[in-house]
Design a binder for this molecule. Structure first.
Ligand code: G3P
Ligand code: MG
Length: 400
């Protein structure tokens, strides 16, 4: 089996187009894998009638675990190695806030997971609603911490702590008490619990990892997401203060996330190209060696020469930021992807995201998630197909 796989790889070509995938409703439904997803990945990895390797990245609004852990889980579920260098989640761009805020309240997710993500991003003082309830359980009269939650929460004096920002990292598991705490802080003096601002203009800033009103799980109808919680918080804030709440939202369909996705795609395409098509006999990169040095065929040589022609080589290296925050120097050896097929299930976030910023992105809507067959999508995709495998087949055939 191994040698036949190598055979496929050694005859592969590298596509001048690429894919980007939404996850929930396209590849997964809650804890279940969408049955066609592993085959779709295999096709892109070279098991297709054109023997072509097509690079791809993942752009999900879902968050709550580190990029590394999520990629490990995805690798198992999709039966192919998923690398943090090809992955962005809703919370990923929040790394950019590390320098700006000293103490942040991180909301959402299971147990301590989001605190760990925030600390891994580099935030210095990360507090949670659990810490606040441990400090004073009367903050939310009907919510009692379990013993496990109590033990995991930190002992802090919130009458002396100024919370600079509220970061809603992942879906809240406790809407009632999380809203109580968030609203108190928004209306506080300098983010100190137990205080009230007269003008309501001294509270912390608030950020959401995304704004999905609904999302697709393994239930037959869509469920309320983080965007719905944001609607509730903004409505309560308005009702209480008469003012509009200023909220920053990351994730699809926002531009920061699009720019981030493009920069990840650029470095990932380069990386995958070097890994699978390295023809440099002196190359000492371990990843390249892992795939074995390959005899360069006449057509590979032609392809390499075409890709390295003077029009496309940029002598200067550019620095790009990876999903884990590290920097990579990217030599612009490959021409930019001519078309990026973005496969999503939610018209309001995915299709809008792919249609808005760059004409080279081509939106494909699947019927396995939020979008319901037979309805008019709020944002019109270039193509509607049954599932992710059909999306991949459609795009590959369109290209050849
Ligand atoms: O909370 C997750 C969700 O709202 C959407 O995830 O993968 O469909 O962008 P995804
Ligand atoms: Mg989705």
């Amino acid at each position: 089996l191994e040698s036949s796989t190598e055979e496929v790889i050694s005859h592969n070509r590298y596509a001048n187009y690429a894919f980007a995938f939404d996850i929930d409703g396209v590849l997964l439904k809650g804890a279940d894998v969408i049955p066609q997803a592993p085959e779709a990945m295999r096709m892109l990895n070279g098991e297709n009638e054109y023997n072509i390797r097509v690079p791809y990245i993942f752009v999900t609004n879902g968050s709550g675990l580190t990029e590394e852990v999520r990629c490990k889980n995805l690798s198992k579920m999709l039966e192919t190695e998923v690398n943090p260098g090809q992955f962005i989640q809703g919370s990923t761009p929040m790394r950019s806030l590390v320098e700006k805020y000293d103490t942040v309240l991180v909301v959402g997710g299971v147990g301590e997971a989001c605190r760990k993500v925030a600390e891994e991003y580099g935030f210095k003082n990360v507090v949670t609603p659990g810490d606040i309830l441990k400090w004073n359980p009367n903050v939310s009269p009907f919510r009692k911490l379990t013993e496990e939650e109590y033990n995991a929460s930190r002992t802090l004096d919130f009458s002396k702590i100024a919370i600079g920002a509220i970061l809603v990292f992942a879906d809240s598991r406790e809407w009632a008490s999380d809203q109580q705490i968030i609203l108190e802080l928004l209306m506080s003096k300098n983010g100190v619990m137990g205080t009230e601002s007269k003008q309501f203009n001294e509270g912390p800033d608030i950020f959401f990892a995304h704004d999905d009103f609904v999302w697709s799980t393994n239930y037959n109808l869509s469920r309320y997401g983080m965007g719905a919680l944001q609607v509730c918080i903004s409505a309560l804030y308005q009702a209480h203060t008469g003012k509009e709440l200023n909220v920053t939202k990351f994730g699809k369909p926002n531009k920061e996330t699009f720019n981030f996705a493009n920069s990840i795609l650029k470095s990932w395409r380069q990386d995958a190209y070097e890994t699978h098509f390295c023809n440099d006999k002196d190359c000492e990169d371990e990843d390249h060696a892992k795939n074995g040095k390959k005899e360069e065929s006449a057509s590979d040589k032609k392809l390499r020469e075409a890709e390295n022609n003077e029009d496309t080589v940029v002598a200067k290296a550019e620095e790009t930021t990876n999903a884990d925050g590290s920097k990579t120097e990217v030599f612009d050896l490959l021409p930019a992807a001519q078309t990026v097929y973005f496969v999503g299930d939610t018209p309001e976030s995915d299709i809008r995201f792919a249609n808005t910023f760059d004409k080279t992105w081509y939106s494909i809507l699947v019927k396995t998630g939020v979008y319901q067959d037979g309805t008019e999508p709020a944002y019109k995709p270039k193509k509607i197909v049954d599932n992710v495998l059909e999306a991949v087949k459609f795009a590959i055939h369109r290209e050849h």
